[in-house]
Design a protein around this ligand. Structure first.
Ligand code: ASP
Length: 335
């Protein structure tokens, strides 16, 4: 079922490693807060997600199927801030956001602020494929989920002890800052553990998806970049991006779309375009985070400016490659 794609790179015609699937599990991983058992479990989940997405591509399925399959595995894994391991809001709830975009058709679907949907990426996909809308929020989105037969769970399903403790810590920091009248820079400590996936299928089509619990201690129905098409997620015929980081900055910069616009309009490589936005514009404005980016020739970029970013890819040979910290070796796909 695999079709060999060829791309001209540096004047050389080279076979590229397509179909290709690229994932991230968030740019907030820190050595200090991650024990070896947790890091190993996260790596295992990343590998399982890569295999699940790759199985779709191997069966000749479109890129959106691979993106959705990979993200579902990551949503079910408690190590990531999406689905099961979502962070807590100020009020001790879990509010989930997700989006998906099909680069071939330009269609997109997104949901925000849902709290009973086990796999928000499946609902984002249903919005894209089964409705006239692009984005649904809160209760309305959950009514639609019910109508579509999408699995709902009791909100307690999303509660994990680690995330609860992170909220307690964030609340404490907030109270201390208020007591000493110092401005709190972050809305609670940020634990970027959003998950995302990009796929290039055997037909050469791209797709992108992202899923998150948002940021610890968020309130007032805050929504970040992850479910916003063009901010946290973008796919067109040449370029696909999923972001992870301080969402407010990604929204202001239309980060995912901006990267692809630089590829399309300015003729920049995926590496240069994504580095310019993630490691240039975002920190310059005061934000931080990372992203994964993939072009239609199978060129991949993993820019981030935090201590680590769970990330990985799988190509035609079906071997998952995973890395966590900046200095971890990660071979790049051949193209
Ligand atoms: N970007 C997400 C948000 O702001 C957070 C993350 O990447 O973990 O909601």
């Amino acid at each position: 079922m695999f079709q060999r794609h060829y791309a001209v790179r540096d004047g050389v015609l080279a076979a590229m490693d397509a179909p290709l699937l690229v994932i991230h599990g968030g740019a907030g991983v820190e050595r200090a807060g991650t024990g070896p058992a947790e890091a190993a479990a996260a790596r295992q989940a990343l590998e399982a997600a890569l295999r699940a997405g790759h199985a779709q591509l191997k069966a000749g399925k479109p890129a959106v199927d691979a993106v959705s399959a990979a993200i579902q595995v990551l949503e079910d894994a408690p190590q990531f801030n999406a689905g099961r391991g979502a962070v807590f809001t100020h009020d001790g709830r879990n509010e989930l956001d997700s989006s998906i975009m099909d680069g071939a058709s330009g269609k997109a679907g997104a949901v925000a602020g849902v709290h009973r949907v086990r796999n928000p990426i499946t609902l984002a996909r249903a919005v894209m494929e089964k409705s006239r809308h692009v984005m649904m929020v809160g209760d309305g989105a959950e009514i639609f989920a019910e109508q579509q037969g999408i699995e709902l769970v009791d909100p307690s399903y999303f509660r994990t002890e680690k995330r609860w403790q992170q909220l307690q810590e964030a609340l404490k920091e907030e109270a201390q800052a208020q007591a000493s009248n110092t401005p709190l820079v972050l809305p609670g400590k940020a634990y970027f553990g959003t998950v995302g996936a990009l796929a290039l299928d055997a037909q050469g089509h791209l797709a992108a998806g992202t899923s998150t619990g948002g940021m610890t201690n968020k309130r007032y129905g805050r929504v970040g970049d992850s479910p916003i098409i063009g901010a946290g997620t973008w796919a067109d015929q040449r370029c696909a991006v999923s972001g992870t980081g301080w969402g407010e900055y990604y929204i202001r910069d239309a980060a995912a779309h901006e990267i692809c616009a630089r590829v399309r309009l300015a003729g920049q490589s995926i590496g240069r375009a994504s580095d310019g936005v993630i490691n240039g514009d975002i920190p310059k404005a005061g934000g931080d985070g990372g992203a994964i980016a993939l072009d239609a020739q199978g060129v991949v970029a993993f820019p981030f400016n935090t201590e680590g970013m769970y990330r990985g890819w799988i190509g035609a040979d079906g071997v998952p490659h995973v890395a966590v910290y900046k200095d971890d070796p990660l071979p790049m796909p051949a193209y």
